[in-house]
Design a protein around this ligand. Structure first.
Ligand code: C2E
Ligand code: MG
Ligand code: MG
Ligand code: MG
Length: 287
């Protein structure tokens, strides 16, 4: 009867919850060991200028390959790290790795992702500056990628933090732009260099009028505020054409290159320009 099936559903729900909590615990436990076990690595994906396809920088993307689970996507483990203090340890590791590769590149910047929790950490600025100085890196060669979520919850504090970083010469990019809470109006308060248009809008460009319209308004907004506009997740020639027409200043995506090892990034950095590649190649290590 209804009462029994209700109870069954509740039990099933509990089991599913237990299972997912157990899963999270295992991921968390694995992550806590990941540095010591040398399971982490970085991949770097070029960001190119719309005209001429000069490589201006590389986005640094964390990779975790475990004996237990195989390669785990950052889309899965970053949110779990973010809910514990592990994100700080992982983030420091990512930053140090990313700073270390700069000496191998002729002049490009490295674009590093920071989660909201990292960004809101006390002394975030001092923390970054210390590591950047220790690495002997000029701040203009470091781009800090943060999401709208990181800045809009405490906008005044965030505005102050970004201002200080920008004063010191760091580049600031607002990542996954268009998916968060920012009103187009409010982004004026933040010291930014670039907006990164979220891949979901780039995907939709050829299919729906809405996505194309959003891409056009973001580009327009960025340009009128004097910001660069980076389109991420560019996969096709048609998207490249559409984004050129729309006026995006920079492009990033599988169409140009997949995220690659530091060694491959170094080689590409020295070529300085990129030729469009087809998107059939696979990223090393993730099959
Ligand atoms: P994100 O910062 O928006 O990074 C872009 C994601 O899109 C990357 O996924 C990249 O591999 C992928 N991508 C780039 N071009 C294409 C394309 O043409 N097609 C498709 N389908 N995907 C493309 P990834 O490496 O799996 O990272 C996912 C997210 O995990 C990142 O999104 C970022 O939010 C987070 N993440 C990655 N590394 C780090 C890190 O070191 N620290 C922090 N805090 N977050 C990170
Ligand atoms: Mg990013
Ligand atoms: Mg992004
Ligand atoms: Mg994204």
């Amino acid at each position: 009867d209804a009462k029994h099936s209700g109870r069954g559903a509740a039990r099933l729900f509990d089991e599913v919850m237990d299972e997912s909590i157990r899963f999270r615990r295992r991921i968390e436990g694995g992550l806590a060991q990941s540095i010591a076990r040398e399971e982490l690595s970085m991949a770097y994906q070029p960001i190119v200028a719309r005209e001429g396809l000069e490589i201006v920088g590389f986005e640094a993307l964390l990779r975790w390959n475990t004996a237990e689970f195989g390669p785990v996507s950052p889309g899965l483990f970053i949110p779990i790290a973010e809910e514990s203090n592990l994100i700080h340890e992982l983030g420091d590791w990512v930053l140090d790795q990313s700073l270390a590769v700069l000496k191998d590149w002729p002049g490009q910047y490295v674009s590093v992702n920071f989660s909201p929790r990292q960004f809101r950490r006390q002394n975030f600025v001092a923390h970054i500056v210390e590591r950047v100085q220790r690495a002997g890196v000029e701040p203009r060669r470091v781009q800090i990628e943060i999401t709208e979520t990181a800045i809009f919850d405490d906008a005044d504090h965030a505005a102050e933090t970004l201002y200080r970083l920008r004063q010191m010469g760091f580049r600031i990019a607002l990542d996954d732009f268009g998916t968060g809470y920012s009103s187009l109006y409010n982004i004026r308060m933040f010291a930014l260099d670039s907006l990164k248009i979220d891949k979901s809008f780039i995907d939709g460009m050829g299919r729906e009028r809405e996505s194309a319209a959003i891409v056009h308004s973001i580009v327009h907004l960025g340009r009128s505020l004097g910001l660069g506009v980076i389109a991420e997740g560019v996969e096709t020639e048609a998207q490249v054409q559409a984004l050129r027409l729309a006026g995006a200043s920079h492009l990033q995506g599988f169409y140009f290159a997949h995220p690659m090892t530091a060694e491959d990034a170094r080689e590409l950095a020295h070529q300085r320009f990129i030729a469009g590649e087809d998107d059939t190649a696979d990223e090393p290590g993730t099959g």
